[in-house]
Design a protein around this ligand. Structure first.
Ligand code: HPA
Length: 267
């Protein structure tokens, strides 16, 4: 049985330099790559299958403005029963294929009241409240160090590149700290007050295991949240996954264009 890296490398001669993970409702970018080869996750050995609604479950390798990109439409979450290590499997595979620059997108709740649904926010940092770390267990020294530095988990240079790409589109991109929680229940208003008090601006159920694994392997990371809703209790309104997907759908054109303009600046 081939490894995931071997299987993917056998399907295309393209060798990706940039990886992009597409969050809930944000998968459409994968269908815009030029000369693309698409591989359903089910055909890749050991790949965790995505079960969440709004997650397609496929890898697309193709080109954006001449840059070869691997896009993951759909990711594994802890609320599906996966471990943080499984959630990071795709990132390790991308590294094995040669990817050095990573863009992680997600849908998130906005803790700052001024961020209306549809706001795109660059991650400046994160808080891991998952209770798990993808690096727990024996360290593979060939991948990275036992105790990796996380003091610039989201690259400053990449954030600047994304801000410039956004400006060329007339989109301002504020920065914020992302708190990762296990889910799947949304937070209570008291939990959101707690998250605000500890310094979080956004809340979501993904991304952090991937960021940790990427930093371990020396990759540079850009994180982009699409604020799909005000977090619980920020305004008087109940949370609904339908709203999360609808806002993702509404923002997909802007996000695709932002990615198209940002990616060439990441290589
Ligand atoms: N909380 C957690 N995860 C989310 C949210 C939220 O409000 N919106 C989208 N993903």
């Amino acid at each position: 049985m081939p490894t995931a890296v071997e299987l993917i490398a056998s399907r295309t001669s393209l060798r990706p330099r940039v990886g992009v993970v597409l969050g809930s409702g944000l998968g459409a970018f994968a269908d815009t790559l030029d000369d693309r080869v698409v591989i359903p996750y089910g055909e890749i050995p050991d790949w965790p299958q995505s079960t969440a609604i709004g997650h397609a479950g496929k890898l697309a390798i193709g080109k954006v403005e001449g840059v070869t990109v691997a896009a993951l439409a759909g990711r594994a979450h802890l609320y599906e029963g996966y471990t943080a290590k499984q959630a990071a499997f795709g990132i390790r595979t991308l590294r094995g294929l040669g990817v050095e620059s990573l863009v992680l997108t997600n849908a998130a709740g906005g803790i700052r009241a001024e961020w209306k649904p549809g706001t795109l926010v660059l991650l400046s940092d994160h808080i891991n409240l998952l209770g798990q770390n993808p690096l727990s267990g024996a360290n593979d020294e060939s991948l990275g160090p036992r105790f990796p530095d996380m003091s610039e988990a989201y690259s400053r240079v990449f954030r600047q590149a994304a801000r410039e790409a956004g400006a060329s589109l007339g989109v301002e991109l504020p920065e914020g700290v992302y708190a990762a929680v296990p889910g799947p229940s949304y937070e209570t208003p008291a939990e959101i007050r707690y998250l605000r008090a500890i310094g979080a601006d956004l809340v979501g159920m993904s991304t952090v295991p991937e960021t940790i694994a990427a930093n371990h392997m020396g990759m540079r990371v850009l994180g982009i949240s699409c604020v799909t809703n005000h977090a619980a209790g920020v305004i008087e309104q109940k949370l609904d996954h339908r709203e999360v997907l609808d806002v993702g759908e509404r923002m997909k054109g802007t996000l695709i264009e932002l990615l198209r303009r940002t990616i060439p600046r990441l290589v």
